[in-house]
Design a protein around this ligand. Sequence first.
Ligand SMILES: [Zn+2]
Length: 175
Amino acid sequence: MAILDIVYYGDPRLEKVSEPVADFDIDLRRFVKDLFETMYYTNGVGLSSPQVGVNKRILVIDTSGGNDRSKQVVLINPVIVQESGEQKGQEGCLSFPGLFADVKRPNVVKVKAQDLDGKEIEVEGKELFARAMHHEIDHLDGILFIERMKKSDRDNIVKKMKKMSLPVNKDKVLI
Ligand SMILES: [Zn+2]
C-alpha cells in the first residue's frame, strides 16, 4: 500500500473530464486501497482519482473518517440519477488544503455506479454522504468546489492558494 501524492489547484489534471474505467482488475483494487490510505492519511472523508493525478472515474468515501470501515464506499464510473433538496455548509477539498467556504449541494443524491468487480450498484445518501458524493463526482468532470461558491469566497480561496507554496506532483503515473 502507498500514500499517493495529492495534486493541488492549478494542476490541469484537476480540470479535465476523467475517463471511464474499463478494466476491473487487481491493479484497480490496489489503486483503490491506496486511495483510501491516502484519504485517511490526509484526514479526508472523500477522495477522487484525479486528485492523485489519475484521470479515471474512480472515487472513495468514508464519512466516518476511518473510524468505521463499514462506511467505506467505492464508486467506479458513478452517475447521479436523482438529487433533491438543498444543504448549505462549510466544505473543504484536499486539493485546497486548509481552506473552507460555504457550498450549496443537494441534500439527497442517488448514484448508479459499478463496484470493484464491475457489478452495477445503486447508492443513495443524504447530508454529509450526499455532499461527499456530489463533490467527488464533480471532480470526475473537472468541476472544483470553488465553482459552486459565491464569487467573493472563490476569489479569497484562489488568492490564498496562490500564496501557498505547495509541492507540484507532475507527471506521476499511478495506475
Ligand atoms: Zn475535492
